[in-house]
Design a protein around this ligand. Structure first.
Ligand SMILES: Nc1ncnc2c1ncn2[C@@H]1O[C@H](COP(=O)(O)OP(=O)(O)O)[C@@H](O)[C@H]1O
Ligand SMILES: [Mg+2]
Length: 294
C-alpha cells in the first residue's frame, strides 16, 4: 500500500492562520476524484477538500470545488448557512481546495444504529430520532426559503452531533438562483434520487443541467431516514442493476411500505417519512411544514 495522499501544501500553509500549526492531518476519504482531510490544530479543526490532481476527471472535480465555494458564499449571504461554516478556499498546481469548519458528529447511518435496534428503549429513542429529523429539516428549510436545493441530501452528507442535532455538509451539487455557468447537475447518490429527477436524468442527454428543486430534497430526506432507520433502502431493486436501470425503477415512484420494514412502530415519524416519499413532488410537504411534523 502506498502512502496516504497529503493535502495541498498551499492549503495547509493558509490554514495555519486559522487553526495554528496542524497537530494532526487525517485523510477521511479519497473517492471519485475528490479527497477530504481533517486538519486538527490546537485551536480547532477544519475539513479540507481538494480534487485529486492525478484523477482522470481532475478538471471537472476542480470546477466542482470552485462551484462549492461559490455556493457557500451565496448561501451565507442569503442567511441559509452559518457565516462560520466556510473557512477558506484557493488553488494549487493540481487544482482547487476548499476548507470548512469541522463538525463533530457521526454520519447518519452510524448515528441511527441504536434506532435500528428493535430491542431499544423506544421512550428515549423517539424524541432523539425526531430531534435529528427536525433539525435536519430546519437546515433544509433555510436553504429552500432562499430558493436553493441542496441536491445531495443523503446519509453521508448528514452528521449527527453528540447533542442529537443534524448538520448538513457537502454543498458541491447545490442548485440555486443565478447559478450561471456550472457543472451540469445529473442527480447525486442513486438510492436517494427523487423519482422526478430519476425520470429527468433518463430523458435528457448527459451534458444537460437539471435544476434540482426543494421537493427533491424532501424525497431524499425521507429516503435517507427510511434507509438508516430501517436498514432498507426505500426502493427495492437488484444490486446488480446499473445506475440507469436503478433510476428507471425509482422513476416509477413506488417505495416499500414503511410499516413492512420499520424496526418498531413510531406512527408520527412513519407518517412524515411516507409523506416525504410521495411520488408527485407537489404532494410532498415543504420543509417548513415538515419541521412541525416530526
Ligand atoms: N464540515 C465537516 N465536518 C466533519 N466532517 C466533514 C466535513 N466536511 C466533510 N467531512 C467529511 O469528509 C467527507 C467528504 O466530504 P464531502 O463534503 O461530503 O465531499 P464528497 O462527498 O464530495 O467527497 C464527508 O463524508 C465527511 O466524512
Ligand atoms: Mg459527500
Amino acid at each position: 500500500m502506498g502512502q496516504a495522499p497529503a493535502p495541498p501544501g498551499e492549503a495547509v500553509a493558509l490554514l495555519t492562520g486559522h487553526t495554528s500549526e496542524p497537530t494532526t492531518i487525517q485523510l477521511l476519504s479519497d473517492r471519485r476524484g475528490s479527497r477530504a482531510w481533517k486538519i486538527q490544530g490546537p485551536q480547532g479543526a477544519v475539513a479540507l477538500k481538494a480534487n485529486d490532481p492525478d484523477g482522470d476527471n481532475a478538471r471537472d472535480k476542480a470546477a466542482e470545488m470552485a462551484q462549492e465555494d461559490d455556493h457557500l458564499r451565496h448561501l451565507t449571504a442569503a442567511d441559509a448557512l452559518s457565516p462560520d461554516y466556510r473557512v477558506s478556499a484557493g488553488t494549487f498546481d493540481g487544482g482547487r481546495w476548499l476548507a470548512v469548519n469541522w463538525i463533530d458528529g457521526a454520519p447518519l447511518w452510524r448515528a441511527l444504529a441504536l434506532a435500528r435496534d428493535p430491542e431499544r428503549d423506544r421512550a428515549s429513542v423517539r424524541p432523539w430520532l425526531a430531534g435529528i429529523a427536525r433539525t435536519w429539516t430546519e437546515h433544509l428549510a433555510l436553504m429552500h426559503a432562499a430558493g436553493w436545493a441542496h441536491a445531495d441530501v443523503q446519509p453521508t452528507n448528514t452528521l449527527v452531533t453528540p447533542d442529537g442535532h443534524a448538520a448538513v455538509i457537502d454543498y458541491a451539487l447545490a442548485c440555486g438562483p443565478g447559478d450561471g455557468r456550472r457543472v451540469p447537475y445529473r442527480g447525486a447518490l442513486t438510492h436517494t434520487t427523487a423519482p422526478e429527477l430519476a425520470a429527468a436524468v433518463l430523458a435528457t442527454p448527459a451534458d444537460t443541467h437539471l435544476q434540482a428543486q426543494p421537493a427533491a430534497d424532501i424525497w431524499s430526506l425521507g429516503a435517507s431516514l427510511f434507509w438508516c432507520w430501517t436498514g432498507h433502502r426505500p426502493v427495492p431493486y437488484d444490486d446488480d442493476l446499473d445506475r440507469l436501470e436503478k433510476l428507471a425503477v425509482i422513476a416509477k415512484g413506488t417505495t416499500t411500505p414503511l410499516r413492512d420494514v420499520r424496526p418498531w412502530p413510531f406512527p408520527a415519524f412513519e407518517d412524515a417519512i411516507t409523506a416525504c416519499l410521495a411520488p408527485d413532488p407537489a404532494d410532498r410537504p415543504t420543509a417548513k411544514e415538515l419541521t412541525a411534523a416530526w
